[in-house]
Design a protein around this ligand. Sequence first.
Ligand SMILES: Cc1cc2nc3c(=O)[nH]c(=O)nc-3n(C[C@H](O)[C@H](O)[C@H](O)COP(=O)(O)OP(=O)(O)OC[C@H]3O[C@@H](n4cnc5c(N)ncnc54)[C@H](O)[C@@H]3O)c2cc1C
Length: 370
Amino acid sequence: MKTNFDAIIVGGGLIGLSVAYGLARRGHDCLLLGSSDTDFKAARGNFGLVWVQGKGAGFPAYADWTMRSSELWPELRDELQERNDRSLALEQDGGIHICLSEEEFEARKAQLETLYSHQNGKFKYEMLDRKALLEIQPGLGPDVAGGSWCPHDGHVNPLYLLRSLHNCFLKRNGQLLHDAEVFDINHGEGVFDVFSRKGKFQAPCLVLAAGLGNRKLAPLIGLKQPVRPQKGQILVTQKIDKLIEVPMTLLRQTAEGSIMIGDSKEEVGFDVSSSIDIMAQIANRARRTLPILEKQQVLRSWAALRVMSPDGYPMYDQSESCPGGFAITCHSGVTLAAAHCFDMAADIEAGNLGVGLQAFTERRFDVSTH
Ligand SMILES: Cc1cc2nc3c(=O)[nH]c(=O)nc-3n(C[C@H](O)[C@H](O)[C@H](O)COP(=O)(O)OP(=O)(O)OC[C@H]3O[C@@H](n4cnc5c(N)ncnc54)[C@H](O)[C@@H]3O)c2cc1C
């Protein structure tokens, strides 16, 4: 196998694959180094929302970036489906956030008003009372006080997405090595030497997209990525006839008919065990939202780890000490897949993260810069 490439991408999750495919489709000769199957993989355990509402209420650049990705999603879907001849099961006909009390309703209203003001009216939403919500989604339980409706929201099958990106990357002559954990990186004379369990590889451009692994890898190119794991548990029911009209923040029905019920936010370190108490809390909220779910059987459950920055927003950085080196992490890699594939890859090709992405630097946590 050859050892020299235009770009090396470390991490075969959704972020690594989105950027790798984005570079390969622009004609670059890319190598993607993935680690072992037993690693933590948010890309294989997520909920599958392509979600805009509520994202970036405290961070306008993130609101813009999320909206941008949602707008690019149909283009990504069309391109992947055409090249791969497989559906991604993307639906972007809007989504609902359910509020189970007046307090939740008022808090949601305030959050979305802020988001609306960040985006000069570009962000569309409506706060709906219970009666209006029932017209969109029949069968809501008596606890549902109302909710927010947003036409930009949608969902996708995240495993089909991962598979399509993978196949399309290979079709664009990308090379992919599994079990190739990267343990060291050197930089000199404009070239990165990347040392992996499958050998040493070289490229003038290096993208670290190793999820929780970026914490260790980023300092090797003069960057910091202080990510931490945040556990999320998900329940999946048997397949049933169409019950859920549009995806909700915590409930969606897949194209095949299963109901996915999500998800928790637990600060418990590198623990991916399922726990009965949290599963019961998740199921209880779902039952209060749609009481008919009480009759459905949960067939599967799992836990996966989100890749979280200190404030929950993406961290995108380019190295000053090692030009051509980038480190990228975020926790909404499904939603942002289109922006990573098109815009982020174009910036990486240009050798510079554009002005719009500079707000995401990890240096925002450095108190000395404020
Ligand atoms: C419960 C849950 C629900 C979620 N729901 C949604 C949702 O609805 N919508 C949404 O947009 N996002 C959602 N997410 C987030 C989304 O799944 C992630 O943002 C996305 O998967 C991107 O992950 P990643 O590629 O950064 O990390 P990962 O998928 O964890 O991939 C990182 C990869 O790097 C590899 N790696 C690590 N270290 C090394 C090394 N040293 N050398 C080589 N390779 C290495 C690992 O093997 C792994 O394959 C959810 C996440 C969770 C956990």
